[in-house]
Design a binder for this molecule. Structure first.
Ligand code: HEC
Length: 205
């Protein structure tokens, strides 16, 4: 009986250790399942303590962004888009002043896909961010055959560049929550503590 209990407890302990290790490593690799491109932040131990909102907010990325870098990134778009006022329609619509317009209405005469035309809404920063991250995820069936920009900062930079060319809505406000500041200070220690915990556990088993 005792033996069997021991076996059961042994397995339970083992399962617990495995779960702890898994949690730790998954946390390292994937701070937030939909944003694997932000791996780097967590290893630095800065963003993980933010909990649900891992990674800097869009407002932060825009505030700290660089329109000139966005102009460089726009090289990935020029095969299909012009940006200057009155620029020609190519494979994609001209993008001068597109920020803030109703989705798929901006370039008169451009033959938008129904996937995008039926999407509804406006080109807010959130929507353009999602669109540039994955056009297909944003509007399944879109004609924009572009894989997307995986880097959130790069997307923000491109949006700043779009804003520079024709304006757009006001930028989202940067909110510095008090907990966030505390969390950032505590983050490093927490990640370290977790690592120690994960290392110590197998020895206890
Ligand atoms: C391979 C060609 C191609 C590339 C590369 C491309 N686009 Fe597009 N883009 C399109 C097409 C085509 C559409 C219209 C999509 C539809 O109707 O479904 C579009 C639509 C858009 C729209 C919506 C415009 C509107 O009037 O509503 C934006 C914004 C946009 N693209 C931005 C970009 C940016 C920024 C890049 C570079 C990071 C980029 N695109 C790269 C082809 C491209």
């Amino acid at each position: 009986m005792t033996d069997r209990l021991n076996t059961i407890f042994g397995w339970l302990l083992f399962a617990g250790v495995v779960a702890l290790l898994l949690r730790f490593f998954v946390g390292l690799i994937m701070p937030e399942a939909e944003r694997p491109e932000q791996m780097g932040y967590v290893i630095q131990g800065v963003e993980e303590a933010g909990g649900a909102a891992a990674g800097p907010s869009l407002a932060d990325l825009l505030a700290g962004g660089d329109a000139a870098a966005g102009a460089n990134s726009f090289a990935k778009c020029v095969a299909c888009h012009t940006i200057e006022q009155g620029g020609a329609t190519g494979i994609g619509p001209n993008l001068y002043g597109v920020m803030g317009t109703a989705i798929a209405t901006h370039a008169a005469g451009f033959d938008y896909s129904s996937a995008l035309a039926d999407h509804g809404g406006e080109w807010t920063y959130e929507n353009v961010d999602a669109w540039l991250k994955s056009p297909r995820a944003f509007a399944n069936g879109t004609k924009m055959s572009f894989a997307g920009l995986g880097d959130a900062q790069e997307r923000a930079n491109v949006m700043l560049y779009l804003f520079e060319n024709g304006g757009g809505p006001a930028f989202p406000e940067v909110v510095v929550a008090e907990e966030e500041v505390v969390a950032e200070e505590g983050a490093e220690a927490e990640v370290e503590a977790e690592a120690v915990e994960a290392e110590a556990a197998p020895e206890g088993a």
